[in-house]
Design a protein around this ligand. Structure first.
Ligand SMILES: [Fe+2]
Ligand SMILES: [Fe+2]
Length: 301
């Protein structure tokens, strides 16, 4: 007899079962685990300065330290509001999975567990934006309208790719924030909760995507590459709503153009895309058709 441990099971039910046990052992209730009565701390930031879309531009040089903090607050709120949009769409996809699946399976039970966490995240981000006192920016109306159709249309590898793009890009920025004590405690706690629970969601989708690819024909994969590229562009281009620039007296069109031409901001987007782009490429989801949208997203070089 040998004491060599067996490798962790990787089947669909085994992964879901492991994630259900992890959820039971460690999860948060943002209502109780966040001190919502604590005021914002004067002088502390909302995002890292170097992640601000205008950092390093001549417009940035003209902003006072107070205006830079204010813009960071609005950009942080904008990213959170796009996160809310993504979570609202994802909850409907998860509900569809459960509706058409077997509620006795660990797989469907985990989809419902994830849905419950996304529901709490959406409320948590909404309350955080309320505390910031900023608008609920979100993507523009045509993207909200598109999001209304996505749960019905989403399936196969591009559905898992879209879920991962929505989860992994913000996750990169959130991990930087929680490690920095110059950032508002509320922002750090909200993101600490989000990172922990999203790590399970990311594991779930990363296990499902290759299974879905294996069941997809080469011709269908071309369609999924095109949808994935378009969605990557939608996520990247809607993180910062141009209306945020009004908070510091800048014209949204001018400032948006400056941000998109800003090498620092392009590097920030590449940083956001780094891990998920590599995973999607490994699974055959990056390539023609779709190169145009990937280049415009600035998520890849
Ligand atoms: Fe979430
Ligand atoms: Fe998630």
């Amino acid at each position: 007899m040998t004491n060599t441990p067996l490798p962790a099971p990787t089947g669909q039910e085994a992964v879901a079962d492991r994630l259900l046990r992890s959820t039971a052992a460690r999860s948060y209730d943002p209502d109780l685990d966040i001190d919502w009565s604590a005021p914002l701390v004067p002088g502390k930031g909302f995002i890292l300065e170097q992640r601000c879309s205008l950092y390093g531009t001549s417009l940035w040089d003209e902003l006072s330290p107070e205006q830079r903090l204010e813009l960071g607050k609005h950009e942080g709120a904008s990213v959170a509001s796009t996160g809310i949009w993504l979570e609202l769409v994802l909850m409907r996809i998860l509900a569809k999975m459960a509706y058409h699946g077997d509620p006795v399976s660990a797989h469907v039970q985990y989809a419902l567990t994830e849905l419950g966490e996304e529901c709490r995240h959406t409320i948590m981000f909404g309350r955080m934006i309320e505390q910031f006192g900023t608008p609920m920016y979100g993507p523009p109306p045509r993207i909200w309208a598109l999001g209304n159709w996505m749960p019905a249309l989403a399936s196969g590898p591009s559905m898992w790719a879209a879920i991962l793009l929505g989860e992994e890009i913000p996750d990169r920025f959130q991990r930087e924030l929680v490690a920095d004590d110059s950032i508002q405690p509320l922002m750090r706690m909200v993101n600490r909760i989000h990172i922990l629970e999203e790590a399970r969601h990311i594991s779930f989708a990363r296990a499902e995507l290759p299974r879905s690819v294996a069941k997809t024909s080469p011709a269908q994969m071309a369609y999924h590459r095109a949808v994935t590229a378009r969605f990557a562009f939608i996520v990247a281009s809607n993180l910062i709503n141009p209306q945020v620039y009004r908070s510091v007296g800048l014209d949204p069109r001018t400032a948006r153009a400056a941000a998109l031409a800003n090498p620092h901001y392009r590097q920030t987007l590449r940083f956001g895309g780094q891990k998920i782009v590599a995973f999607l490429a490994d699974n055959g989801l990056i390539g023609a058709p779709g190169g145009h949208w990937w280049r415009r997203s600035f998520l890849i070089d």
